[in-house]
Design a protein around this ligand. Structure first.
Ligand code: TRP
Length: 324
């Protein structure tokens, strides 16, 4: 029996290499299960309600990245959250029985309000973010939800909401399990966390030339000022990348850096080569896909259609139990 799997991303921009390795690459491996991958545009609106004009375009960018990164719409279901109205309806239903205190103590709520200081997140929608996410997951009675560690509080809340619903109205929702994706945390080109707001990302849509330029500009061991200074690979972001893309050469890179036999320029060149071997097919495929926006719309329409069949049956079941 195939397992039902569901996950999603918020369409806040093009996906970067960190998103690719941290999530999409794992999704690709489990798409042979009964898998649903969503683009959570309602969730994007919870924080971007003022810069909303980019959401629709970002949805397309994310779908292009999903497909270029290897998701196959013949194997898995790819859909946009707002195109399946049942998400909004189940979220409303679940909001009736979700205690406010559960949402107020949600650690991601507090963190995000701190982190996104420029945005006013004291809204009903943002507080209810995990209720909407619970609806996403429970509508499909997902067995597994592949997510990064940061999403664990939302998964736990989903399970609590499922238990509370089942207790109050009768058994409808199975409790989903998190499927922790092994996140290979990748620093940005400046050594900080890879993030759009730091302008330090390598994107899945970057051309080989752009990738080369970004690697050339990468920060290395700041103490290694001259070519013949020995370096410390442990503090070098390039070495971090090498561990992923040139793993076979790690002992010799490490030795070469510490002894100053290997210079940063050559180190970067060997990384460029391997990284482009990995990213160039993605770039080429994405360029192909970009030419046919009609096909993208068809894939999303077909995905929403498949999702609706399951979502509407579950919603019906839940409403019947509640008695509305
Ligand atoms: N909150 C998730 C994130 O920011 C995105 C998301 C929305 C999601 N709905 C989901 C993830 C359902 C898994 C399942 O990454």
């Amino acid at each position: 029996m195939k397992k039902r799997v569901l996950s999603g991303m918020r369409p806040t921009g093009k996906l970067h290499l960190g998103n690719f390795l941290g999530a999409l690459d794992n999704w690709k491996k489990i798409q042979e299960e009964d898998a649903f991958f969503m683009i959570a545009d309602w969730h994007a609106l919870t924080t971007e309600y003022e810069s909303h004009s980019e959401i629709r375009n970002n949805v397309i960018e994310v779908v292009l990245d999903y497909l270029a990164g290897g998701l196959d719409p013949e194997k898995c279901t790819i859909f946009v959250q707002s195109q399946v109205k049942e998400h909004a309806e189940l979220a409303l239903l679940l909001s009736m029985m979700t205690p406010l205190s559960w949402l107020e103590r949600n650690p991601t709520y507090k963190d995000q309000i701190q982190e996104l200081k420029g945005k006013d997140l004291h809204t009903h929608g943002f507080l209810g973010y995990p209720v909407l996410q619970a609806a996403d997951i429970l509508l499909y009675k997902a067995d597994f939800v592949p997510v990064g560690e940061d999403q664990l509080p939302h998964l736990e809340l989903t399970r609590e909401i499922a238990r509370r619903f089942n207790h109050l109205y009768g058994e409808v929702f199975p409790e989903p399990q998190a499927m922790l994706t092994q996140v290979k945390k990748l620093p940005g080109t400046d050594g900080r966390k890879m993030s759009k707001s730091y302008n330090n990302c390598i994107y899945m849509s970057d051309s080989p030339e752009e990738v080369e330029k970004k690697i050339k500009g990468m920060v290395t061991d700041p103490q290694r000022k001259r070519r013949d200074d020995p370096g410390d690979p442990e503090v070098c972001p390039v070495f971090y990348y090498q561990k992923i893309f040139n793993s076979d050469l790690i002992p010799s890179i490490e030795q070469g850096c510490r002894s100053a036999e290997l210079g940063c320029v050559d180190d970067k060149k060997s990384l460029m080569k391997e990284l482009n071997k990995f990213l160039e097919p993605v770039y080429e495929k994405r360029k192909e896909l970009e030419k046919d926006k009609g096909k993208i719309a068809d894939i999303l329409e077909e995905g929403a259609k498949r999702a609706r069949v399951i979502a509407s049956a579950t919603l019906q079941e839940a409403k019947e139990k509640v008695g509305i």
